[in-house]
Design a binder for this molecule. Structure first.
Ligand code: PLP
Length: 412
């Protein structure tokens, strides 16, 4: 007899992770046909030209040289003090806004998103993000009783849909006292899109307008892929706009070591708070500490030490950044092959600027991915389209992927 032990409130809580399922299909194909013949566009990690997940060399050397106690000792729930400073350096580079700022350690970028939702939205409230989005935002909201709602990322001209954002923010602010908006930029997962400086001006104007009417507006900028978006200060220039905002507009950054430091499984990140009002930052430190203690107590000490070592040694940091830049250039070349061929064969890929993924809108993405798999090319079937990981497929294997995808769209 089937037994139900979980609380009735947990009914229906079953994760349908299409990307992990697609990964399983890749492994089966590799077992059947050999690695060389399979194109794995499902992996959300940078892989070398042989398809193996790659570690930035300086990260590997440092990690292997660390004292055992760097791994086994506890750390404070808010993170090691030097790590919190190093996160601020890494997150802002030279674009630190003129504001009070603080960083609190989190279990990866996922943990940072969790802490932002837990503390800057209310139970039963809507949290707003873009329709094209990282799938986990939905579960992160519903797990703690929030509802995720969306606005279209793109308008008809495939620019950031400011009007849709304004309309949705206004609607939600008539229903609730505060609003948390999550924006994943630059190098957005899954499209590779980034908000322009003008887009940011529009976003902040919308937030300020609602704040002037007494609403508390929090904006979480998920910068998980920022280190693969271009020159570090260029891609962070928008952060200067977070200077001297009204007290009721609170900006946070979800910082992650997963992609930028190739430390995916080490689970290190941070939530950064930015406010013109020091009491908002004091409160941030208190509430986020509470969340950290209650969720994971403290995070990977070795990863924190590693970030601190890199950020506090200028020569080492330059070397590390040069190595990471090489990864970024490799991704750019791979993406260029795809986008050039997509143009040639009129595959309607979304405007990719940078990052790990390219997306193509599709109503029947699962079927398209199945058809594509006939050519031993694997992609992620998302609700709004097909996601292809340019971070993990060599330039050589990338050739012909766009036209195979075009054929899969025709066949589906
Ligand atoms: N944000 C986005 C958009 C992501 O794609 C990911 C990981 O895939 C994360 C945040 C969080 O990553 P992690 O928890 O590994 O730091």
């Amino acid at each position: 007899m089937t037994m139900y032990m979980a609380s009735p409130a947990r009914e229906g809580k079953k994760l349908n992770d299409v990307i992990f399922q697609a990964g399983a299909k890749v492994q089966a194909a590799i077992a059947a046909y050999g690695k060389e013949r399979v194109v794995n566009g499902t992996l959300g990690a940078f892989a070398d030209d042989e398809g193996n997940v790659a570690c930035i060399p300086t990260v590997e050397t440092l990690f292997r040289s660390m004292d055992m106690r760097d791994f086994i000792c506890y750390a404070p729930p808010v993170g090691l003090p030097a790590y919190r400073d190093a996160v601020l350096k890494a997150a802002f580079a030279d674009q630190r806004p003129d504001a009070y700022v603080a960083a609190v350690a989190s279990a990866g970028g996922t943990g940072a998103v969790h802490m932002a939702i837990a503390n800057y939205s209310d139970v039963g409230d809507y949290v707003l993000t873009t329709d094209w989005r990282w799938d986990a935002y939905g579960a992160l909201c519903s797990e703690i009783g929030r509802n995720l709602t969306t606005f279209p990322l793109f308008d008809d001209t495939r620019h950031f849909h400011v009007a849709a954002l304004e309309k949705k923010v206004s609607e939600l602010c008539r229903q609730q006292d505060s609003l948390l908006l999550i924006l994943n930029t630059p190098a957005h997962n899954p499209t590779g899109f980034a908000l322009s400086e003008a887009d940011w001006d529009a976003v902040l104007a919308i937030a300020c307008k609602e704040a002037a009417q007494g609403k508390r507006i929090s904006i979480l900028v998920d910068i998980a892929y920022i280190d693969y978006a271009g020159e570090k200060n260029d891609v962070r220039r928008f952060m200067k706009k977070f200077s001297s905002l009204p007290d009721k507009v609170f900006v946070m950054l979800a910082f992650s070591m997963s992609k930028g430091y190739t430390m995916y499984g080490q689970r290190a990140g941070a939530l950064v708070g930015i406010s013109a009002n020091t009491s908002v930052i004091d409160e941030f430190n208190d509430v986020v500490l509470y969340s950290a203690r209650a969720a994971w107590s403290n995070i990977n000490r070795g990863a924190m030490t590693l970030l601190t070592t890199i950020q506090n040694d200028a020569a080492l940091c330059r070397q590390f950044e040069a190595e990471r830049h090489a990864f970024y250039e490799t991704i750019r070349r791979r993406a260029a092959v795809f986008m050039t061929e997509a143009k040639e064969c009129q595959l309607a890929a979304l405007p990719y600027q940078s990052g790990f993924f390219i997306s193509i809108p599709a109503k029947n993405s699962a079927l398209v991915c199945d058809k594509l798999a006939d050519s031993l090319i694997f992609a992620g079937p998302l609700a709004m389209g097909v996601r292809f990981a340019v971070c993990s497929v060599s330039e050589r294997k990338m050739k012909g992927v766009a036209s195979a995808m075009k054929q899969a769209f025709i066949a589906a």
